[in-house]
Design a protein around this ligand. Structure first.
Ligand code: SF4
Length: 620
């Protein structure tokens, strides 16, 4: 059987317990069934990890993956993803990142890396031109992500090496710790950094000169040109994102009254303009930074003035970050927000969860739930710029109250006696859109397999931005069907592994030619759609086996279901989840949040239906 194009044809398995490394191959039919990235990772996790495993134990695995388009001429194909059982949520969990590390992994000869076991001493993995070895990392342990990257590059004397690593937060098993590559790109959510830290794996450095083969060059390049053309012509990908970055959303979302403010107590932040994409461009932007092979270049590199108390420079901030450290905490000081972002990059923290958790703490403090002695002189009042910077430090090192913040919003709120102020789904902090003013987005949050997330079904596109066309954001009719289309489609994007911003201008039908040209498969639109649906169902199967996922978990915090938005254009609305959920289950072929045998078998997942049946968890 000849190998499909697009892939390097080799994955690396690293057992850190016995320090053994070996190359493996995956059958063509597995690749065609799951594509790569998130899909392949979900398949491998389901096959290899006990769903009940402690995420921070040696029995959990951490899988890094590229896709069949990574490192090719396909636009925005410079990304990679990580899949594991996450410590923040106890769900199956994928996290995506950009930069240059993903393509370099392929150039070094590998499609994916499976990390299993745990090392006794800190190590790092060095992969170069088809070879891999573990190296001592005792001298790197304790270092931030920037120092780690610089030291590894210096050690090898090759500035072209790309490094993905954890910072002190991952080492300290902070449940909102992320993976940082290229110093400023993050696989942010879920606490993958803590999983890597639990394995004493400090970094993976990659360097290579190989190129992924393309099965049908002319067909592939024809599709590449057509995709680029659409991206350049679209107002979001051709104009707004390049000019102002993702923070272009600040003013738009605030004007719609859905910018979650002070821990989702309202949806309007009156001074949000101070940290908008437009203000960033005017005051601190140094240059745009594209990921590998990207024509949009939404990334920002910024510098804070020398006379600022937060002087410094680095990657960011993005929309979700300025929201998390801005509206969510009531802070509108752009320098402090940007500094907190720089710290998250250096210490290895997810900016969304970090800012969100600080907002949770501020509400607990406002309600008199935090003892003063826990704070050591810090006053976490709404809008305190110094607090967001200081609390980021304390979280990474689990210092004082930081030890509680390191556990995430759900555990923090429970510990201090107010679980209702944790604005989370499946334990993951909600991001920068209040769903009370975007009903479909609310359904997307509630049914997200990896916990509260805007990137499973970005319903903001049709409900606010009018992409592909505007739908009534307050209406619940038809939303279930749209959410399923987005969830399945995004599972395909994450498996190819393309940047989601492509989806503003292109969709599955535009990628058929890319996949067919790269791999040589006669892939169809229907096949891609089925792959997306298969992935979403497989993830749900893992969660059911892990903790009994289903209807009880497909919900939102009471604040969003019962407390009407108090002001602004979304005033008076709550999320009418009960109007959408039954229809969603019907369209999915699920019963009370669980896939039926008929649905699983239709998707080629009989073995997983059998597993559910054995566990007594298959719906009647
Ligand atoms: S659009 Fe932004 S996130 Fe996406 S690949 Fe380009 S620079 Fe990276």
């Amino acid at each position: 059987m000849s190998l499909p194009g697009g892939y390097m044809g080799k994955i690396l398995r690293v057992n850190l317990t016995d320090q053994k490394l070996r190359d493996e191959t995956l059958p063509d039919n597995v690749l065609r069934t799951w594509l790569g990235g998130r899909g392949l990772g979900v398949y491998l996790v389901l096959k290899e990890i006990d769903p009940k495993v402690d995420p921070l134990s040696p029995d959990n695995k951490l899988i890094f993956l590229t896709g069949p388009l990574t490192g090719t001429a396909a636009p925005e194909s410079g990304r990679w993803c990580s899949v594991t059982k996450a410590p923040l949520t106890n769900t199956i969990h994928d996290s995506q990142s950009g930069g240059k590390w993903g393509p370099e992994l392929k150039f070094a000869g590998y499609d994916a890396i499976i990390i299993e076991g745990a090392s006794e001493e800190p190590v790092y993995l060095w992969i170069h031109d088809g070879k891999a070895e573990l190296r001592d990392a005792k001298h790197l342990w304790g270092k931030d992500t920037h120092a780690t990257t610089d030291m590894i590059i210096e050690e090898h004397g090759d500035s072209k090496i790309k490094v993905m690593c954890i910072g002190p937060a991952g080492e300290n098993l902070v449940k909102i710790a992320c993976l940082i590559n290229d110093k400023g790109r993050a696989a942010g959510r879920g606490g993958h950094g803590a999983v890597m830290g639990s394995k004493k794996l400090k970094a993976i450095a990659v360097r290579g000169t190989m190129k992924p083969p393309i099965a049908n060059e002319s067909k592939f390049m024809e599709s590449v040109r057509a995709n680029i053309d659409k991206l350049k012509k679209h107002s979001v990908t051709g104009e707004a994102l390049p000019k102002y970055g993702t923070a272009v959303l600040v003013n738009i979302i605030n004007k719609h009254g859905i910018l979650p403010t002070k821990n989702f107590q309202t949806g309007v932040h009156p001074t949000a303009e101070k940290y908008s994409g437009e203000t960033i461009a005017e005051k601190i932007l140094v240059k745009r930074v594209p990921c590998w092979g990207c024509i949009i270049a939404c990334g920002r590199y910024t510098r804070l003035p020398k006379d600022s108390p937060y002087a410094g420079e680095g990657d960011g901030p993005e929309y979700e970050t300025v929201w998390a450290f801005g509206a969510q905490t009531g802070v509108d000081d752009l320098d402090a927000i940007t500094k907190a972002n720089f710290l998250c990059n250096e210490l290895g923290l997810d900016t969304i969860s970090m800012g969100h958790v600080i907002g949770t703490l501020m509400e607990l403090y406002e309600k008199g739930k935090i003892p003063e002695e826990k704070l050591r002189g810090l006053v976490p009042y709404w809008g305190n710029p110094a607090a967001i910077v200081e609390l980021t430090w304390r979280t990474a090192y689990r210092s004082g109250i930081g030890d509680d913040l390191a556990e995430g919003a759900k555990r923090l709120a429970e510990k201090y006696g107010m679980p209702e102020v944790a604005i989370v789904v499946r334990g993951q902090e909600l991001p920068a859109y209040d769903p009370r003013g975007v009903q479909g987005h609310g359904l997307g949050y509630a049914t997200s397999n990896r916990g509260g997330c805007h990137l499973r079904a970005y319903m903001i596109a049709p409900e606010v931005l009018g992409v592909p066309q505007l739908v009534d954001r307050f209406d619940t009719k038809g939303k279930a069907e749209l959410v399923k289309v987005f969830q399945d489609g995004f599972a395909v994007v994450d498996s190819l592994v393309l940047c989601k911003f492509n989806t503003f201008a292109t969709w599955l039908e535009d990628w058929v030619g890319l996949v067919a040209g790269a791999t040589g498969w006669d892939v169809t639109l229907d096949e891609l759609n089925k792959i997306g649906e298969r992935i979403y169902n497989a993830e749900r199967v893992f969660n059911i086996l892990a903790f009994g996922d289903g209807k009880e978990y497909d919900t939102l915090p009471a604040r969003l279901l019962k407390e009407p938005m108090p002001e602004g254009p979304a005033k008076g609305y709550v999320v009418k989840l009960e109007e959408m959920l039954p229809e969603y289950y019907k369209i999915r072929g699920w019963k009370d949040g669980r896939p039926t045998r008929a649905k699983l078998e239709e998707l080629g997942l009989k073995e997983f239906a059998d597993k559910l049946e054995e566990a007594g968890l298959l719906p009647e």
